[in-house]
Design a protein around this ligand. Structure first.
Ligand code: 5GP
Ligand code: ZN
Length: 118
């Protein structure tokens, strides 16, 4: 997609700190990290938001989590990370190309916990 910043990163038109890449996804370090490790798993296919996932394209989600597993092991943060997806501006999505944040802190401290909602 022409005006999409993540499509430009995938195409190499904008530089990024790339941690992992395969035919389906790219994993880069977030420009403004919110944790000791803050990665973005970005499917190469342009899908705007998680609510556009359906039977015809849900394979990208499997590819995302295959990459999550690989890259967290590569960085030694397996078993100590959170995966976050924002869908829609009101939910905090600022780049309208589906992506999944991987967040991990060295101390093992969680960044945000569902217990906060209880
Ligand atoms: P969202 O707010 O849409 O869930 O997440 C978008 C993320 O992309 C933000 O955490 C932001 O820091 C990151 N980001 C925006 N532009 C760039 C960029 O050009 N390069 C990288 N590496 N990250 C970016
Ligand atoms: Zn895009």
């Amino acid at each position: 997609m022409n005006d999409c910043i993540f499509c430009k990163i995938i195409n190499g038109d904008i530089p990024s700190n790339k941690e992992y890449e395969d035919e389906n996804v790219i994993v880069i370090h977030d420009l403004n990290p919110l944790a000791d490790t803050h990665l973005l798993v970005i499917p190469k296919k342009h899908i705007s938001c998680a609510d556009e996932i359906n039977e015809s394209n849900s394979d990208v989600i499997a590819h995302v989590f295959e990459a999550v597993s690989k890259v967290t092991k590569k960085l030694g943060i397996e078993n100590n990370f959170q995966v976050l997806n924002n869908c829609g501006e009101n939910a905090g999505q600022s780049v309208m190309h589906i992506h999944f944040h991987i967040l991990s802190n060295k101390e093992g401290r969680v960044l945000w916990s569902t217990t906060e909602l209880k």
